[in-house]
Design a protein. Structure first.
Length: 537
C-alpha cells in the first residue's frame, strides 16, 4: 500500500475543514485535506454567517466574495395563526457587520476557490478508514479512495473536521456526551409566493384548539426574492421511533404540512433540496487526544437557533490554525496546542447550553426568539480566563480598553504619511503572526522611538515573521522614524478611544484577533516573558 507523508491531515472538506486548510495554507504548512464526498454537496444546510465569522473572513481574504454572494437579514417577523405581525429589527450600529445569509454550498465554494488560489486543494472521494498514533509522534492513517484503492498517510497531526458522526472522534474513543430531541424536523429549499417583506426571516406559530401544533421558520436565501429555506416539524407519522426517513420530504408533503400555517393564498414551489433532521445537544469532554484534534460538529452539536453551529466550527478552526501552524514549524512553545481545547471547549459548552435552553422554551411555547443579537453575533466571545493571555498594567491604566483574551476592536481613520486614504486597524490585523501595536503619546521622545527600534531588531532576529510591529502615534506626537516599522497616526483619536490609550502602552494581538498581552508603558521585559510562553526561541 502506498504511503505518503504530511504535517497535518485534515479529515472533512466542509466549511470547517476548508477554513482550517485555508489558514494552514496561508502560513505555508504542509497538509492534506480529504473529504469522503465524491463531490461537494449543493444543499442549503447552514445559512447564517455571524459578524464574528465575517471578521475572520476579512482576515483571511474571503469576505468580499461572501458579501457579493450573500444578503443581510433585516430582522424577523413573527405571528401566531396569522394574527398580528410583530417585527424584531436587526439592530443597526451595534455590530460592525450585519447578519449575513449565505447558503452553505456558497460558503464551501468560496473557501474552496480561495484555498485553490493559495495553492491548496481538497481530495474528494477519500475516506478515513482508521488511524493509529505511534510512540514516535507519528500518526498513520489509512485512507480509502473512490476507485477502491487504499493509501497510508503518515502525519504529525490529525484534525477531525468530519461532522457529528466523526470517524476521528470514534477512533479516539471520545464519548459524545449529551442527548437528542425526540422530534423529527424537515428542511426545504423552496420558492414562496406571498407578499411578505423580503430580507426578513419569518416565524409562524400554528395553534390548534389552543395547543401548539407547529412552528414554521422561513429564512431568505440569496439569489431570488421568493426563495427561502423553510424549517418545521414533520407530520406525526415521521415522529415515531423507527420511522422511515431514508427519502427526503417531497414537495407535496411540504405543501400539505405548511398549508395551514402559511398566510391565505401563499404557496410554495420549485423544491431544490429537502431533508429530515433531528436535533441533538452534545459535546465532547476533551477537544484533543495526543496529536489529534476535534473541530466543529465533531466536537459539539446543538440546536440551530441563532445560526451558531457552522460559525462556532469556523472559529474553532481559526483558533487552532495559528497554534497548529507554529507547532508544525517547530515555533510553538511547549503546551501551546493545549490552549485550543482550553479556550474553545468553554465556548462550545456555552453555545450548547444557550441554544438548548432556547430550544426547550420554543418547544414549550412555540415562541422562538431571535432577540439575542449580541450573543448571536459571537463578538462577545473571549478568553479572559486563558493561561495563554497576560498583562502588566499599572492601576487604573487601560481600564476602558479590551482586556487580555478579549476580541481586539477596530480603530478607523488611521493615517500614514504619503497615503491619501485612511486605514483601519482591522486591515493591519491580516498578518499571519502576532501583531504588536506600540502606542506613542504626545509626550513621546526620540529615545522612546530608538528603544522601540531596538526592540524591533531583537524580535525580528528571535521570532522573524511570527511577530509584526506597527506604531500608532497620537495626533500631535513628534515622530522619529527609524524605518523599522510602519507608523500610523491616530488622526481621529479612534485608537485612543477604543483602547483607552491615554499614555504610552502596547498591545500584542494574536493571529485570531484576540488580545494576547497588553502593558501600560513601554517596559518590554513583560512582553519578552509573555512571548517566551507562546513562541519557541
Amino acid at each position: 500500500m502506498e504511503t505518503t507523508a504530511t504535517d497535518v491531515l485534515i479529515v472533512g472538506g466542509g466549511p470547517v475543514g476548508l477554513m482550517l486548510a485555508v489558514e494552514l495554507q496561508r502560513r505555508g504548512v504542509d497538509h492534506r485535506a480529504i473529504d469522503q464526498r465524491p463531490q461537494p454537496d449543493y444543499f442549503c444546510k447552514a445559512l447564517g454567517v455571524s459578524p464574528r465569522t465575517q471578521e475572520v473572513w476579512d482576515q483571511c481574504g474571503v469576505l468580499e466574495e461572501a458579501l457579493r454572494r450573500g444578503t443581510f437579514l433585516a430582522g424577523v417577523e413573527s405571528c401566531t395563526n396569522q394574527g398580528e405581525l410583530r417585527c424584531e429589527e436587526t439592530p443597526r450600529g451595534l455590530v460592525p457587520y450585519g447578519f449575513l445569509t449565505l447558503p452553505q454550498y456558497d460558503t464551501e465554494a468560496i473557501l474552496r476557490r480561495h484555498l485553490q488560489g493559495l495553492g491548496g486543494r481538497v481530495e474528494q472521494g477519500a475516506r478515513l478508514v482508521d488511524f493509529a498514533q505511534r510512540d514516535d509522534d507519528i500518526i498513520l492513517a489509512r485512507v480509502a479512495r473512490a476507485d477502491g484503492s487504499e493509501q497510508s498517510i503518515s502525519c504529525r497531526y490529525l484534525v477531525g473536521c468530519d461532522g457529528a458522526h466523526s470517524q476521528v472522534r470514534k477512533g479516539l474513543g471520545i464519548e459524545y456526551q449529551g442527548d437528542a430531541y425526540a422530534m423529527t424536523f424537515m428542511l426545504g429549499d423552496v420558492l414562496i409566493h406571498w407578499d411578505r417583506r423580503r430580507g426578513y426571516g419569518q416565524r409562524m406559530t400554528y395553534l390548534e384548539d389552543g395547543q401548539l401544533r407547529n412552528v414554521l421558520i422561513c429564512i431568505p436565501i440569496p439569489g431570488d426574492p421568493r426563495r427561502y429555506r423553510i424549517s418545521l416539524a414533520a407530520p406525526p407519522e415521521f415522529q415515531e421511533e423507527g420511522a422511515d426517513l431514508s427519502e427526503p420530504p417531497s414537495l407535496e408533503l411540504l405543501r400539505a404540512t405548511v398549508a395551514p400555517i402559511l398566510p391565505a393564498g401563499a404557496t410554495i414551489s420549485d423544491l431544490r433540496w429537502s431533508s429530515y433532521y433531528r436535533i441533538s445537544h452534545r459535546i465532547v469532554a476533551q477537544y484533543s487526544s495526543g496529536r489529534c484534534f476535534l473541530v466543529g460538529d465533531a466536537a459539539h452539536i446543538h440546536p440551530p437557533i441563532g445560526g451558531q453551529g457552522m460559525n462556532t466550527g469556523i472559529q474553532d478552526a481559526h483558533n487552532l490554525a495559528w497554534k497548529l501552524a507554529l507547532a508544525a514549524r517547530g515555533r510553538a512553545a511547549s503546551e501551546l496546542l493545549d490552549g485550543y481545547g482550553e479556550e474553545r471547549r468553554p465556548v462550545g459548552l456555552a453555545v450548547v447550553e444557550r441554544t438548548t435552553q432556547r430550544m426547550n422554551e420554543s418547544i414549550a411555547s412555540g415562541d422562538v426568539k431571535f432577540d439575542q443579537w449580541m450573543q448571536d453575533s459571537q463578538l462577545l466571545i473571549g478568553y479572559r480566563d486563558s493561561r495563554w493571555v497576560g498583562e502588566d498594567v499599572a492601576p487604573g491604566a487601560l481600564a476602558g480598553g479590551p482586556r487580555p483574551g478579549d476580541r481586539a476592536p477596530d480603530a478607523p481613520g488611521l493615517r500614514r504619511e504619503w497615503l491619501e486614504h485612511p486605514a483601519r486597524l482591522e486591515e493591519r490585523m491580516r498578518v499571519t503572526g502576532h501583531l504588536l501595536l506600540l502606542y506613542f503619546a504626545e509626550s513621546a521622545t526620540a529615545a522612546d522611538f530608538a528603544r522601540a527600534a531596538a526592540l524591533a531588531d531583537e524580535l525580528h532576529a528571535r521570532h522573524g515573521d511570527d511577530v509584526t510591529i506597527e506604531a500608532i502615534v497620537a495626533p500631535d506626537a513628534q515622530v522619529v522614524d527609524h524605518e523599522r516599522f510602519p507608523i500610523l497616526r491616530d488622526a481621529a483619536g479612534s485608537f485612543r478611544a477604543a483602547y483607552d490609550a491615554s499614555a504610552a502602552c502596547l498591545h500584542l494581538i494574536r493571529p485570531d484577533r484576540h488580545v494576547g498581552y497588553r502593558a501600560s508603558g513601554h517596559d518590554f521585559a513583560g512582553l519578552r516573558a509573555y512571548l517566551a510562553r507562546i513562541l519557541a526561541s
